[in-house]
Design a protein around this ligand. Structure first.
Ligand SMILES: [Zn+2]
Ligand SMILES: [Zn+2]
Length: 515
């Protein structure tokens, strides 16, 4: 045997011995905390610590491992990857992890790919960007059972253990939902639940490119004919004429100025301003496709809107071919167009303000069933689409509204479309009145294929502890108050039907049992 071959055999033997030792100790695991003693240290580069997403994530990692076990895990921030780790198992973050474990395996156009590695060499938590690195960090805490059900300390559930084992794993992934967002919650809560991603702008904005932009404003003053014709007159209003390509050009120029200023923005919104009055000129009416829209008792305006939006996108795309253009499918332009084809970078975000909010689109509710067709229409018309659901009873926000059934049934519909890529509902600071459905939406925006009932059962068990059965009963009674009554009002008018004395009595009893 020559010397080279001997060395090779020796290396194999040592490697096998290490594996054998690990197996002999019980399993393929790293013991990062052993009976309250830290076996590991975190190594993070300075740029990771300085970033406003990954920095707090690394500090969270140390803080929650300590909260779980009592062991203080040190965060070390050397200038470069250390040659040795002082006898500790290294938990390597960002570039340090890439140096030991190799590059990220899955990548995305928005730098959202992340990798989680646990092997005999240590732990690697990293991503294509600081935000993606943060995803890997919370993957570790999630696997250990850490949960954040609502903002603030009362919302967190952190297991208590003496010893923390991590099973060997090598997971690379990219979030399927590109942007995941709710309205009112602090950044810690959002980051810990891996909400975020590149922002899809879809708010009411279209006319504001002219009315808020200095150059646009001036042009609008010079061209009163750009205003919408309403009641036979073109007068200053919040509407412009969508049949006029000079208006499309002026808006496109303003959007280009926006992207020139905000170079990192991935999108601009083309959603019209809120409201239901639009241009009544012959040119705009001629752009409608004659597709009657029962809900608004008029022709759908989606074809005229998509025509106008396409005109803008084509002009902006000459300079910015990769930017996205979000818009709400809303008001008279709720339905998918029947004639116009969307440019691939136009992203409809379904905002079902016109439909019943109590029932799901897979139920027999006559209003909500219509939404099922709307969703299917946009899913087929667009390269990607999103959802701007109202995660509360829009016109009456005080009564408990857990929207459990609606979320379970409808999220499975949305996630059945591979091009469903944006989840950005309108929410209140209403965790106390909407917790189950709200949490389910948050959780499934990350774990799209998870069993929603399993998510809820885990929440009841973790969050309510001994009161879990009673609280499940409480939320179920209130959910059925919405789903099982033949009442479709989006406000408080139907509450005598939704909340009869026996329902309120059952809810009261469940709370008493929980207490
Ligand atoms: Zn017009
Ligand atoms: Zn209904």
């Amino acid at each position: 045997m020559n010397a080279g071959k001997l060395l090779w055999v020796t290396v194999i033997f040592i490697f096998a011995a290490v594996i054998h030792d690990a197996c002999a100790q019980g399993s393929s695991r790293l013991i990062i905390v052993d009976n309250g003693i830290a076996n590991a240290a975190i190594y993070a580069p300075a740029d990771i610590m300085a970033d406003q997403t990954s920095g707090p994530s690394v500090r969270d990692l140390a803080a929650y491992l300590e909260k779980m076990s009592g062991a203080k895990i040190e965060i070390r921030t050397p200038d470069r990857m250390p040659q040795e780790f002082g006898g500790k198992i290294p938990i390597l973050i960002g570039e340090f992890a890439a140096q030991l474990f190799g590059p990220i395996k899955k990548k995305s156009e928005y730098k959202q790919g992340w990798r989680y590695v646990v092997s005999q060499k240590g732990v690697g938590l990293y991503g294509e960007s600081p935000e993606a690195t943060s995803y890997a960090i919370y993957e570790l805490l999630d696997r250990l059972g850490c949960r954040w059900y609502m903002p603030g300390e009362p919302g967190e559930v952190i297991p208590k253990v003496n010893t923390i084992n991590l099973s060997y794993a090598d997971i690379s992934d990219v979030p399927r939902v590109i942007y995941r967002a709710i309205w009112y919650a602090d950044n810690d809560f959002k980051r810990r639940n891996r909400l975020g991603g590149p922002y899809l702008s879809a708010g009411h904005a279209l006319e504001m490119y002219l009315t808020y932009d200095a150059i646009g404003k001036q042009l609008l003053q010079q061209h009163p004919e750009w205003y919408a014709e309403i009641n036979g007159k073109r007068a200053p209003s919040n509407r412009v004429c969508w049949a006029n390509n000079d208006v499309a050009q002026a808006i496109a120029d303003a959007v280009i100025r926006y992207f020139d200023t905000y170079k990192n923005a991935i999108s601009a919104s083309l959603s019209p301003d809120d409201g239901i009055v639009f241009c009544e000129c012959a040119g705009c009416k001629a752009l409608d496709a004659g597709d009657w829209f029962d809900v608004m008792n008029c022709n759908s305006m989606s074809d005229r809107f998509v025509h106008f939006a396409n005109e803008i996108v084509d002009r902006v795309a000459k300079k910015y071919p990769d930017k996205l253009f979000g818009f709400y499918a809303y008001a008279q332009y709720t339905k998918a167009p029947v004639r116009e084809k969307l440019r691939p970078n136009l992203v409809p975000v379904i905002a079902p303000i016109l439909y019943c909010r109590a029932h799901s689109m897979t139920s027999d509710c006559p209003s909500r069933k219509e939404l099922r067709k709307v969703v299917d229409g946009w899913a087929k018309a667009a390269r990607m689409f999103g959802l701007y659901e109202y995660e509360y009873n829009l016109a009456e926000v005080s009564a408990p509204n857990p929207h459990i059934t609606k979320q379970i049934e409808e999220l499975s519909v949305y996630y059945s479309y591979p091009n469903f890529r944006f989840w950005q509902p309108e929410t209140m600071a209403n965790f106390e009145s909407a917790l189950p459905g709200l949490y389910l939406g948050i959780r499934m925006s990350w774990y799209n294929r998870a069993d929603p009932n399993a998510i809820l059962d885990e929440m009841y068990r973790n969050f309510y502890g001994p009161a879990r059965d009673a609280m499940k009963k409480y939320w179920t009674v209130l959910d059925e108050a919405q789903t099982k009554s033949d009442e479709h009002a989006g406000c408080g008018f139907g509450y005598l039907r939704r909340f009869p004395p026996e329902t309120l009595g059952a809810a009261r009893k469940a709370i008493d049992d929980a207490l």
